[in-house]
Design a protein around this ligand. Structure first.
Ligand SMILES: NC(=O)c1ccc[n+]([C@@H]2O[C@H](COP(=O)([O-])OP(=O)(O)OC[C@H]3O[C@@H](n4cnc5c(N)ncnc54)[C@H](O)[C@@H]3O)[C@@H](O)[C@H]2O)c1
Length: 271
């Protein structure tokens, strides 16, 4: 008779622990990525912060190193839209840590522009920063994860990948995030035989520098009450609201979850 899994499994809190794991977060020096990097470190993982701005990445890695003892924190400067930079950075992370179990591909940018006025350059920039980067990072990470027979890839997608988010016009961003959700499903099915799980975390409106920048615009101020009125919980999310989902999707507790999208949006999509 096979063992009763309820009685023989490690405790759920042990399975949520990331102790002994090596993790990276792209865009880990700001906003949601910074919160996820902190959460990984709190859960016991070594963390690599990957960002474009070296000073910001250094500041966040020093902050994490001072708060959580017994883990290693490193940082790398990389533009995640540039293939050779991405490959070299992932190679360097693995060289430094010895292995890579967890990758949170979170870097992204947003912009509002009416589709009829959108330049092709603007379209390509949004697809490149949000979707091409997701593919490049995951491919470079999977090279190591497939070889070791285990890995967790988490993309930060968005509720805008599931609906045409209203009232701001961002067809390029929404399309890129829908692409990220689809990419995760495709990679999940291709890489399941190798033990590599691929999922997306889709935040709703979350208070970060990205949203603050958009909110400072005249049109952003006009939209703010509209967004709040459409969120059943009547508040925007904090970056810390994303931490539990990120740790879950990166831990052994979610080993049977792959190809799924975990939406954290205060109920926005439920209406
Ligand atoms: N804030 C929100 O309301 C919200 C909602 C849904 C989804 N998201 C997504 O969450 C992720 C994080 O967003 P945030 O709100 O924390 O934004 P943010 O601007 O605070 O942080 C984004 C980070 O990504 C980095 N980045 C962007 N392009 C990069 C590139 N090419 N190479 C390297 N680093 C790059 C930025 O430098 C920054 O560190 C993004 O993918 C965003 O689309 C945000």
């Amino acid at each position: 008779m096979s063992a009763d899994p309820v009685l023989s499994s490690k405790s759920i809190l042990d399975r949520l622990s990331l102790t002994g794991k090596n993790a990276l977060v792209t865009g880990g020096n700001k906003g949601i990525g910074r919160a996820i990097a902190h959460a990984y470190a709190q859960a016991g993982a070594n963390v690599a912060i990957i960002g474009r701005n070296e000073n910001d990445s250094k500041a966040v890695s020093e902050e994490i190193a001072s708060l959580y003892k017994g883990i290693k924190v490193i940082n790398f400067t990389c533009d995640v839209t540039v293939e050779n930079e991405v490959n070299a950075t992932i190679d360097a992370v693995v060289k430094e840590f010895g292995s890579l179990e967890i990758a949170c591909n979170n870097a992204g940018i947003a912009e509002w522009v009416d589709a009829q006025d959108m330049t092709f350059a603007s379209w390509k920039k949004m697809i490149s920063n949000n979707l091409d980067s997701a593919f490049l990072c995951a491919q470079a990470q999977a090279k190591y994860m497939i070889r070791q027979g285990y890995g967790k890839i988490v993309f930060t997608a968005s509720l805008s990948g599931k609906v045409s988010n209203y009232p701001q016009h961002q067809a390029h961003y929404n399309s890129a995030k829908a692409g990220v959700i689809s990419l995760a499903r495709c990679l999940a099915t291709e890489w399941a035989p190798y033990g590599v799980r691929v999922n997306t975390l889709s935040p709703g409106f979350t208070i970060t520098p990205l949203l603050d920048d958009l909110k400072k615009t005249e049109i952003g101020q006009k939209y703010y009450p509209e967004w709040i009125s459409r969120i059943p919980m009547k508040v925007m999310g904090e970056v810390t609201d994303m931490q539990g989902a990120a740790v879950y999707l990166s831990s052994e507790a979610s080993d049977y979850a792959t190809g799924m999208d975990l939406v954290i949006d205060g109920g926005y999509l439920a209406w």
